[in-house]
Design a protein around this ligand. Structure first.
Ligand SMILES: [Zn+2]
Ligand SMILES: [Zn+2]
Length: 329
């Protein structure tokens, strides 16, 4: 990354290189090499998003291709085909290049105007990053619950959020499969926390933002994975939502509107149908202890179809209220 003399180097005048770690030195070299902070931040942010998002999806594509993992698939009869995944990838890429790229480009001027540290070194410490990221998870989850509830009403659902509900049995890549307006509405929840924090404290580094967005992308992709493993996070942190929670939302259309945590839906009572389903599965398993795995799967599949059909009816009612209804797949 070292080459032509950089005019941006003056931004680092007086920086003690020997006090910086390897990553901080590379960060500094990146900004000096690009020599234009708007471009340097823009390219870095865009690449970070693409690498993290698609990078996190790859393991799930492999899992979907391996029958060994089927026993942990939440809706075991609905395995996405290669065509499904490719169609979804194309739509997500289209949205990244048309909707997100211009926004990412505008991000640096906005960040500078509220005093966000971008090219600055050294980076914040983990002691600074961790509590901030936890706060953003908390705030985003509340925003997501409210906005997602709104997106399930009338025209907002029919013309915007229905796109995301194309897949009743989601897979990792479907996390960002959404109408551009939804990307803006729900994306605001991811950005407003850090921007507000930065505005009030005037002490916030873009590295904290990248850490937060990376973890939020992991959370979103994993929640759409369609798999619930014994080692999945929700079995370790009981209030973590995970795939088991969000898969039900896609399967039945109603219930479970939050994204990272379970508490918003619990407090607001928007998980009653989900809890009823979980209870019925538990009872079914308890009263059929001698049944084979295949038999249990068949019984659970029947129960799933009932809940799914009820959800499809409700979805049709919401769309019908807005005018001519579209047939639900
Ligand atoms: Zn929804
Ligand atoms: Zn979803």
């Amino acid at each position: 990354m070292h080459g032509e003399p950089s005019t941006f180097a003056s931004a680092y005048a007086g920086t003690d290189m020997s006090a910086l770690n390897w990553a901080e030195q590379q960060w500094m070299a990146w900004y000096m090499w690009i020599d234009n902070p708007v471009l340097a931040t823009g390219i870095m942010s865009f690449l970070m998003h693409e690498i993290v998002y698609f990078g996190r999806c790859i393991p799930w594509i492999i899992v979907d291709a391996m029958p060994y993992f089927r026993k942990w698939k939440l809706q075991p009869t609905k395995i996405p085909t290669f065509e499904d995944q490719w169609a979804c990838t194309k739509m997500v890429l289209f949205s990244h290049f048309t909707v997100e790229l211009p926004q990412i480009w505008l991000f640096h001027p906005l960040a500078e105007s509220i005093g966000m540290k971008t090219h600055d070194v050294p980076f914040p410490t983990l002691y600074e990053i961790i509590p901030q990221v936890l706060l953003f998870f908390f705030l985003e989850d509340i925003w997501h619950w409210c906005a997602h509830m709104a997106l399930h009403q009338g025209a907002l659902y029919k013309y915007i959020h229905k796109v995301h509900h194309t897949y009743p049995a989601p897979f990792g890549l479907a996390a960002e499969y959404a109408h551009p307006a939804e990307v803006l509405i729900l994306g605001a929840g991811t950005l407003l926390g850090p921007l507000g924090y930065c505005y009030y404290t005037r002490d916030f580094h873009i590295i904290t933002m990248y850490t937060w967005i990376t973890l939020r992308l992991f959370q979103a992709v994993d929640a759409h994975s369609g798999y619930d493993f014994p080692w999945s996070l929700q079995h370790i942190i009981p209030f973590w939502a995970g795939a088991e929670h969000h898969d039900f939302h896609h399967m039945t259309f109603n219930n479970n509107f939050a994204t990272s945590f379970r508490w918003c839906d619990r407090i607001m009572g928007t998980d009653k149908n989900y809890l009823r389903y979980v209870e019925r599965v538990k009872r079914m398993r308890a009263s059929n202890v001698r049944a084979t795995h295949q038999e249990l799967m068949a019984m659970e599949g029947k129960l799933m179809s009932q809940f799914e059909a009820a959800g499809a009816e409700e979805e049709a009612r919401v769309c019908a209220k807005v005018g001519a209804t579209k047939k639900i797949d």
